[in-house]
Design a protein around this ligand. Structure first.
Ligand code: AOF
Ligand code: ZN
Length: 366
């Protein structure tokens, strides 16, 4: 017989297979076990579709009676796009429910668990909780802040350079690492760069995956003076939506021309250091963007750093040393005097991808 932990791990693995496809909803997995036999499994595949528990109960049928339900997120208690799972769990007459973590959605937030306990079902909460919270880090952040989850991603050499003095940067990391970035693009709602990157590289910022179609994130360009050329790829390629974020008050023919080409112009106020990024994040969240991959350049990265808006860092490091006193580094911005003012992070993991390393870190919580 397998342990509770192993069944929960299976539920987490199932949930993770839908990563990137469930936005704005969380990834959730469920496993039903009776007398040591798995009688039902399910995962939430897409917002609007049934929740994980529904699939698991459909599979189990009558076998659910007296079974144990392992679910990675507290069963919901509210009527959203779908009916409450806690009600279904209650009616199914399972004898025990093991939950990895609570649902931070204010419409649920413990009510699902209470409902089950009140019905006399034994409920345990907290098994593999850390893993479950990591799986839904984006969703948890959304629920707490009503803002998109911001991932700062950059590729650099071992000596911390992202380009030569003239801006040459193709390529720092290997094809394998670049492919992983495309997988990441597939999983996020928005990808953000500054207009400087558009002018320098004319990127299309789409998801390109071999052998399968990728989902394109919304392209977000920070451009306070509307310098994005009408002929640029982000304006002219139609497979992904483009939002240009500019300053309140921009108007004139460029606005009309861009709008005519299908670009959404989002205006925000200007702060001392440029566009008000906090306000921008609020607006993007209202537009349904739950996470944003910030791909540079160095000034944009610095603006997010200065604003304390980075929620996760993905550093791709190539085994190269570039040198050069004028080579570019990932974060520019205004100089600070003391090392104490640095953003303090904690390393989470290191993964080798081909010849490169991918280092994941999160800002420390005080
Ligand atoms: C669960 N199991 O598989 C998921 C849950 O609009 P709806 O009806 O899809 O509800 C979305 C909310 O339900 C979402 O914000 C989160 O609180 C919860 N997601 N809950 O019990 C699932 N996907
Ligand atoms: Zn549910």
């Amino acid at each position: 017989m397998k342990s509770d932990r192993e069944y929960m791990q299976l539920a987490l693995d199932l949930a993770a297979t839908a990563r990137g496809n469930t936005n704005p909803n969380p990834c959730v997995g469920a496993v039903l076990v009776k007398d040591g036999v798995i009688v039902g499994t399910g995962l939430h595949r897409k917002a609007g579709e049934p929740h994980a528990e529904v699939h698991a109960f459909n599979m189990a049928g009558d076998h659910a009676k007296g079974a144990t339900l392992y679910v990675t997120l507290e069963p919901c208690s509210h009527y959203g796009k779908t009916p409450p799972c806690a009600k279904l769990v209650k009616e199914s007459e399972v004898s025990r429910v093991v939950v990895a973590t609570m649902d931070p959605n204010p419409s649920v937030a413990g009510r699902g668990i209470n409902l089950l306990r009140e019905a006399g079902i034994e409920v345990e909460v907290g098994l593999l909780e850390e893993e479950a919270r990591k799986l839904n880090e984006r969703f948890i952040h959304n629920m707490i802040t009503n803002k998109p989850f911001v991932i700062s991603k950059f590729a650099m050499t071992m000596d911390g350079k992202i380009a030569t003095h003239s801006g040459h940067s193709k390529w720092i990391t290997s094809e394998e690492a670049r492919l992983q970035v495309h997988k990441l693009r597939h999983a996020v709602d928005g990808i953000l760069v500054g207009v400087g990157t558009v002018l320098a590289d004319n990127p299309s910022l789409t998801t390109r995956l071999p052998h399968r179609e990728g989902k394109n994130p919304v392209r977000i360009i920070l451009d306070s003076e509307l310098k994005t050329p009408l002929s640029s790829n982000v304006v002219n390629t139609t497979e992904a939506k483009t939002i240009i974020v500019s300053a309140n008050g921009v108007e004139g023919t460029k606005v009309e021309q861009l709008t005519e080409k299908g670009v959404h112009i989002l205006t925000v106020s200007k702060s001392e250091h440029g566009l008000n990024l906090n306000e921008m994040l609020d607006e993007l969240y209202k537009l349904g963007i739950t996470d944003v991959l910030v791909e540079g350049g160095a000034e944009i990265n610095a603006s997010f750093l200065r604003g304390g808006l980075i929620n996760k860092v993905l550093l791709y490091m190539a085994p190269k040393i570039l040198g050069g006193r004028n080579s570019k580094t990932p974060f520019a911005g205004t100089d600070i005097e003391s090392i104490d003012e640095a953003l303090q992070l904690e390393f989470d993991s290191i993964e080798q991808i081909g010849p490169d390393l991918c280092i994941t870190a999160y800002p420390s919580v005080e």
